[in-house]
Design a binder for this molecule. Structure first.
Ligand SMILES: C[S@@+](CC[C@H](N)C(=O)[O-])C[C@H]1O[C@@H](n2cnc3c(N)ncnc32)[C@H](O)[C@@H]1O
Length: 297
């Protein structure tokens, strides 16, 4: 594979953080998850990844992607021929980690990132990579052809939009794909206001714009919205925490803050126990909420 250059200061740069997190993780003796494709892609990209070494956000992105993997697996167990839509897919290799060979996948990203994705990853009969902004309606027509049921996975993307655009995306998904399961992460207003001191965001040009103090707010956005599951990285589902290496379990125990979870609709959503601690600067594990929502009407 030839070396591909990613320009610093572009939107592409943000996707290198979770990609590198998975590649570093994959080389550990007990990785969560193992991701040899991420290792290969990192090796083929000409970028100074060493500037990301040791960032706590790399661990955070690994835990976050493990939770999305966990939910997509649960969805495909219940709906083996269902449709998974990655929104802002970046160079995430969830398809390689989780696909069951029967599901349909759409991996959406902005045109320049879709082009980069195609350098490393191919369309298959059950995998397509639409190039569009999530805020445009065009991509929904292609996705609607798959028929569903649908799981939308918007990992580390919506906080980069402003709140009006996020509301527009939520409305569009609810109207075009009623009954679907969208999973997304929110970032606290504290992170959004302190990006210049954030360990990873301070190293890239892209900026988050949507700060969300309480993911339960999503219920107020549309009548009939249920928050089926809500976790921080230290209150992950207990089955997921149990499968992590002892070093992760120790780290989560030290930073833990047990929070109640609605816990309905998805299996094993009870949060892992932890000790209470206030949010504060540098605390990258508790300031992000990851939720799955559902529309009852
Ligand atoms: C931090 S990266 C996360 C990538 C991937 N979800 C992951 O977890 O590895 C953010 C991604 O969102 C994409 N993105 C940003 N704005 C977008 C938009 N309006 N529509 C679609 N994708 C967008 C970026 O191009 C980038 O790939």
């Amino acid at each position: 594979m030839s070396t591909y250059r990613v320009q610093p200061g572009t939107v592409q740069e943000t996707l290198l953080i979770p990609l590198y997190g998975r590649a570093v993780e994959s080389r550990k003796p007990e990785p969560a998850p193992r991701d040899p494709r991420a290792e290969e892609i990192v090796a083929a990209i000409d970028y100074d990844f060493a500037r990301l070494d040791g960032l706590q956000s790399l661990l955070g992105s690994v835990l976050r992607t493990s939770l999305f993997d966990h939910w997509v697996r649960a969805f495909l167990t219940e709906h083996p021929t269902g449709t998974v839509v990655e929104i802002g897919a970046g160079l995430n290799t969830r398809y390689e980690r989780v696909d069951n060979g029967r599901a349909t996948w759409f991996e959406l990203d902005l045109p320049d990132v879709a082009e980069l994705r195609r350098v490393f990853l191919d369309d298959t009969p059950n995998r397509r990579m639409p190039a569009a902004s999530v805020t445009e309606e065009s991509w929904t027509r292609e996705v609607a052809g798959a028929g569903g049921p649908y799981f939308f996975s918007a990992e580390a993307v919506l906080p980069f939009l402003d709140e009006a655009a996020v509301r527009g995306v939520v409305d569009m998904l609810a109207e075009r794909f009623p009954g679907s399961l969208p999973a997304l992460d929110t970032s606290s207003p504290w992170i959004v206001g302190n990006q210049d001191t954030h360990d990873a965001l301070s190293k890239v040009a892209a900026r988050m714009r949507w700060g969300c103090a309480d993911a339960a707010e999503l219920r107020e956005w549309r009548p009939g919205t249920e928050v089926l599951a809500s976790h921080t990285l230290v209150t992950l589902p207990s089955a997921l925490t149990a499968a992590l290496s002892s070093s992760y379990r120790e780290m989560l125990g030290r930073s833990g803050r047990a929070a109640p979870s609605p816990g309905r609709g998805l299996p094993d959503e009870s949060p892992a126990a932890g000790v209470t601690r206030e949010h504060g600067p540098g605390d990258h594990l508790t300031l992000m909420k990851i939720v799955v929502i559902y529309w009852t009407s």
